[in-house]
Ligand binder design. Structure first.
Ligand code: FMN
Length: 233
């Protein structure tokens, strides 16, 4: 190889690596439930101090099923997802998990969040980012799959907890099934309390057709819970 050929090779290499930096957000990212691809949106850092005490949030927590047609902010979405499954200590998360097996993937069906296009996103706790899985407003489709419960369609977003049982049953056998369900409760209560502390409303929705919700979300996992979130009416 002569000097000119070598220079071309170096230029080509530099160009290829700069291209990689530009397209990196669109490349596949690895996340518990498998490989996902799509646009990645880094969320604002979660706040660790709020204006409502934990005691007040517990006292005020209740199911709210009626929402204004108002957008959530990216900061509110960030806070809710962090409360659900954010990384908090030693690569562990906001909610306890049997053997730290973390069987849940958190999806969010976005309809009305300022600065975010409607779509279905998957939360990446380690990057505190969301990856677009499916573009479009799927809130009504989710409502239909959830026995036509209006609050699922009217909320600004729906947070969907999807279980991958084998992560936990792989360690604990059949007993892992109950562990997964217990964990859904932990995550769910965190969402309730965080929504309350932010002045938002939510309700735990467990009544839906599992296969139809999975189809809307586009997941191989088992949907366990839906949490519609919106500005209370
Ligand atoms: C496992 C579970 C499943 C639920 N499923 C639904 C549901 O499908 N639709 C709904 O509107 N509320 C649902 N809820 C909410 C309950 O109706 C609500 O928590 C209960 O009435 C007590 O009211 P509170 O949450 O305001 O204290 C569910 C709650 C739990 C714990």
């Amino acid at each position: 190889m002569n000097y000119r050929q070598l220079s071309y090779a170096v230029v080509l290499l530099v160009f290829a690596s700069s291209l990689l930096i530009v397209i990196k957000p669109y490349l596949e990212i690895e996340s518990g439930g498998g490989i996902i691809s799509g646009e990645v949106i880094k969320l604002p850092e979660p706040r660790l101090q709020g204006s409502m005490s934990l005691e007040e949030a517990i006292a005020r927590r209740k199911s709210i099923r009626s929402y204004r047609n108002e957008p959530l902010t990216l900061e509110q979405l960030s806070q809710l997802l962090w409360a659900a499954q954010g990384v908090t200590h030693e690569k562990k998360r906001s909610a306890p998990s049997a053997g730290a097996t973390y069987p849940f993937e958190i999806y969010v069906v976005v309809g009305n969040v300022r600065g975010l296009k409607p779509g279905i996103y998957r939360y990446d706790p380690f990057e505190h980012a969301i990856a677009l899985v499916r573009e479009g407003d799927y809130r009504r489709a989710l409502q239909k799959a959830a026995l036509d419960q209006a609050w699922v369609g009217n909320a600004a977003i729906d947070i969907v907890l999807v279980a991958f049982y084998e992560r936990t049953t792989g360690y604990y056998g059949d007993r892992g099934i109950r562990y997964v369900h217990m964990e859904a409760g932990h995550i769910g209560e965190n969402i309730y309390l965080q929504a309350t502390a932010l002045g938002l409303g939510t309700v735990a929705v467990g009544a839906f057709h599992d296969d139809r919700v999975a189809e809307v979300i586009g997941t191989d996992g088992d949907p366990i819970y839906i949490f519609p979130v919106g500005v209370p009416r």
